[in-house]
Design a protein around this ligand. Structure first.
Ligand code: NAD
Length: 482
C-alpha cells in the first residue's frame, strides 16, 4: 500500500525482501542524505544463508505467467509508480543527493522502461526456417522459441541511478518469466525496495524477485558463484566488472561498465547547440552517468567561442540544495567522491590546464567545473571522472580528434557536432564505441534500444529492454516434418 517510507527526523529501518518476505537482521548499513550527512535509513546486512535461500527459491520457482499476465503486471507497476511519483523522486533524492529535477526525470524514465517491457512481453520473436534450401535439404522446418533461464539471475547495480539501473534489469527479467535476485548499491538501496513492493502489489509472484543488501566483501562471491545462478548482470565500475568477469565462471555475464564519453565539436558545428549539449551532457545527474560527457574535444578554430558559451551556460546552472525544486544540480554521491574530483582538477591545473569556473567544494557538493587547455594524457581526461567536470581539449583536425577520442581504455558512447556527412561517416566508422549520436548527447537513447559499450566499457553485449530480454533467455529450436 502507498506509504512514504522516509519521514523527516526519523531513521527508517528497512528490511530485506526474500521472495517478498520482509527480513530484518541485527547488523545493518546506514544510508545517508549526502547533502546534510544525516542518516535517513538503515538496511540489513544479508547473511550468506540469506543469499543462498533467495537464490534457491528463485531457481526452484517455475513461473507460469502468460504473456498477457506479464504485460498486466508491468503496466500496473507503471501506473503505481506514476501515482507515487513524488515519493519515489524524494526517495531517490534523499539517498543520492541528486536534484529533484534529476530524480523526477529518472522516475519518468522508469515508466518508459515498464511500458516497453510490457509491450515486448506480448511479442513472440520466434523464427521459422524452411529446410529445403540446399541440394541435400528436406521438406521440414526449424522453429525457434525463447525460454527463461533454468536458474536464477543475479543483478548488481550502481548508485548513480537508484531506480533506472535497477528497473533495466528487473523489468526485462519479469517480461521473460525469469527469477531475479537483486543487490542494489549499498549507497542507494532504498528505491530498489520501494520498487520491489510496487511490483509485488502489481501482482508479481514474490518468488520472482528478491532484494538483498549487504557487505559486498561478505556476500558478493556467493551471488557470483552459487550453482543456482545462470546469469550475472552487472552495471558499475570497471574494476568490479573485471573482477566479476574472472569470478562468475561458466555463467552468462552482462557487464555494463564505466565510460569516458567525448563530445566532438567540429569547425562547422552550430556552436550554441554544441555548448548546450556539452553542458547538459556534463552536469545532468551531477555528472554521474556512465554516458555523461566526460571530455570535450573542440576544433581549435571554434574553441574560444565554444568555451565562452560553455562557461556562460555553466554559470547559469543552479546547484545546491537537492530538495529545492529550482535546483538543477544537487550533490555527488559523497564527500569522498567530491574530494577526488577536486584532486584530479587540481592536478590538471598544476600541469598547465586553465580553470575557467568552479572547483569549489562543500561536503558532497561539488560545483560544475570548466577546465580549458587540457592535455588528453592528464588524469582528468584519461580516466573516468564520475562528476560534473568539463575538461576542454583542443584539436587541429579530424584525424587528431579520432585519435584522442579512441585514446582511452573506454568505449561506451559519443556525441558528434557537425553537419558534414564526410565527417559523420568517418566518426561512425572509426570511433571505437558502442554508440555515436550526431547532434545529441552521448546518453541519448530510447529505453528500448540497444545500449552498451566495448573495450573496458563492456563485453559488447547490450542492455536496453529488447537486448536484455534476448540475453535473459535461452533460444530453443525444434524441427517438425511440415
Ligand atoms: P561500483 O563498481 O563501485 O559498484 C557497483 C556495484 O557493485 C555495487 O552494488 C557494489 O556494492 C557492488 N560490488 C562491490 N564489490 C563487489 C564485488 N566484489 N563483486 C560484485 N559486486 C560488488 O560502481 P558505482 O560506484 O556504484 O557506480 C559508478 C560506476 O558505474 C561508474 O564507473 C559508472 O561509469 C558505472 N556505470 C556504468 C553504466 C553503464 O551502463 N555502462 C551505467 C551507470 C554507471
Amino acid at each position: 500500500m502507498s506509504q512514504a517510507i522516509l519521514k523527516p527526523g526519523t531513521v527508517h529501518r528497512e528490511a530485506l525482501r526474500i521472495a517478498g518476505e520482509k527480513v530484518h537482521r541485527d547488523r545493518t548499513i546506514e544510508v545517508t542524505y549526502p547533502y546534510t550527512g544525516e542518516v535517513i535509513a538503515t538496511v540489513p546486512k544479508a547473511t550468506l544463508d540469506d543469499v543462498r535461500n533467495a537464490l534457491r527459491i528463485a531457481r526452484d520457482y517455475k513461473p507460469t505467467l502468460t504473456r498477457y499476465e506479464r504485460y498486466k503486471i508491468l503496466m500496473r507497476a507503471g501506473e503505481i509508480i506514476a501515482s507515487r511519483l513524488d515519493e519515489m523522486s524524494r526517495t531517490i533524492t534523499l539517498e543520492s543527493g541528486l536534484s529533484r529535477k534529476d530524480s523526477l526525470y529518472e522516475v519518468g524514465r522508469a515508466s518508459d522502461v515498464l511500458l516497453f517491457a510490457a509491450n515486448q512481453a506480448l511479442v513472440d520473436d520466434g523464427q521459422v526456417f524452411s529446410c529445403d534450401l540446399t541440394h541435400h535439404g528436406k521438406s521440414r522446418k526449424v522453429y525457434t522459441m525463447r525460454e527463461p533461464l533454468l536458474g536464477a539471475i543475479t543483478a548488481i547495480t550502481p548508485f548513480n541511478h537508484p531506480l533506472n539501473q535497477v528497473i533495466h534489469k528487473v523489468a526485462p527479467a519479469i517480461a521473460t518469466n525469469n527469477r531475479i535476485v537483486l543487490k542494489p548499491s549499498e549507497k542507494t538501496p532504498l528505491t530498489a525496495f520501494l520498487l520491489a513492493d510496487i511490483l509485488y502489489e502489481a501482482g508479481l509472484p514474490p518468488q520472482m524477485l528478491s532484494v538483498l543488501t549487504g557487505d559486498p566483501k561478505e556476500i558478493a562471491d556467493e551471488l557470483l558463484t552459487n550453482a543456482d545462478v545462470d546469469l550475472v548482470t552487472f552495471t558499475g565500475g570497471v574494476p568490479i566488472g573485471k573482477y566479476i568477469a574472472g569470478k562468475a565462471t561458466y555463467k552468462r555475464q552482462i557487464l555494463e561498465l564505466g565510460g569516458n564519453d567525448p563530445i566532438i565539436v567540429m569547425e562547422d558545428a552550430d556552436i550554441e547547440e554544441a555548448a548546450t549539449l556539452a553542458a547538459n551532457g556534463s552536469y545532468k545527474n551531477s555528472g554521474q552517468r556512465c554516458t555523461a560527457v566526460k571530455r570535450m574535444l573542440v576544433h581549435e578554430a571554434v574553441a574560444d567561442r565554444f568555451v565562452e558559451l560553455l562557461v556562460q551556460k555553466t554559470k547559469a546552472l543552479k546547484y545546491g540544495d537537492p530538495m529545492d525544486p529550482d535546483t538543477d544540480m544537487g550533490t555527488v554521491i559523497d564527500e569522498a567522491a567530491a574530494k577526488q574530483f577536486e584532486a584530479v582538477v587540481n592536478e590538471a591545473i598544476a600541469a598547465g590546464a586553465k580553470l575557467l569556473y568552479g572547483n569549489e567544494r562543500r561536503g558532497a557538493l561539488y560545483s560544475p567545473t570548466v577546465l580549458d587547455h587540457v592535455d588528453p594524457e592528464m588524469t582528468v581526461a584519461k580516466h573516468e571522472t564520475f562528476g560534473p567536470v568539463s575538461p576542454v581539449i583542443r584539436f587541429k583536425n579530424i584525424d587528431e580528434a579520432i585519435r584522442i577520442s579512441n585514446g582511452t581504455a573506454y568505449g561506451l558512447s559519443s556525441s558528434i557536432c557537425t553537419n558534414r556527412l564526410d565527417y559523420i561517416t568517418r566518426f561512425i566508422r572509426e570511433l571505437n564505441v558502442g554508440s555515436v549520436n550526431v547532434r545529441e548527447v552521448p546518453g541519448y537513447r530510447l529505453e528500448l534500444t540497444p545500449f552498451g559499450g566495448i573495450k573496458d566499457s563492456g563485453l559488447g553485449y547490450k542492455e536496453g529492454v529488447l537486448e536484455a530480454m534476448k540475453s535473459f533467455t535461452n533460444t530453443k529450436t525444434y524441427s517438425l516434418p511440415w
